[in-house]
Design a protein. Structure first.
Length: 141
């Protein structure tokens, strides 16, 4: 009986002390989930705080998201986009944004999200890629 109590005590100490328990690696979101996240970021009708929470730059990145959204909304019937091919790469998820314009075809741009505060957030460099290379607007982040 003593041996069993001692073994359980050692197991509890190991788990409580941080040894013997592994932390789960972050799970990469799907392309559909990332597309939905980016749609929310670009929804100028959504509260700024909700949008900022999905951007690594927070409140400072919302004006860039507004610039992108305003340009894409102006051409909404002519431009389609989606996130594709997300791959977990350490603490970030690499992906592409595929932009399709009729008569011009589809072009992809590399973007990535970072795991910040336990949530996947669009990186500042990626916000700038979308602003400059997709929407043709200024990046203010």
């Amino acid at each position: 009986m003593r041996a069993a109590v001692a073994a359980l005590s050692m197991l509890a100490v190991g788990v409580m002390g941080g040894t013997g328990a592994a932390w789960a690696a972050p799970v990469a979101p799907s392309a559909q989930e990332l597309t939905a996240e980016l749609q929310q970021v670009l929804n100028t009708g959504a509260p700024a705080a909700v949008r900022a929470a999905k951007l690594a730059g927070g409140d400072a990145a919302v004006p860039t998201a507004d610039n992108i959204a305003n340009r894409l909304n102006a051409y909404s019937g002519m431009v389609n986009w989606q996130v594709q091919n997300p791959v977990l790469n350490g603490e970030q998820v690499d992906a592409q944004i595929a932009v399709t314009i009729p008569l011009f075809g589809t072009k992809t741009h590399n973007i990535y999200w970072i795991n910040q505060d336990g949530a996947w957030k669009l990186s500042n460099p990626s916000a700038c890629v979308i602003a400059r290379d997709v929407a043709g607007v200024d990046c203010t982040v």
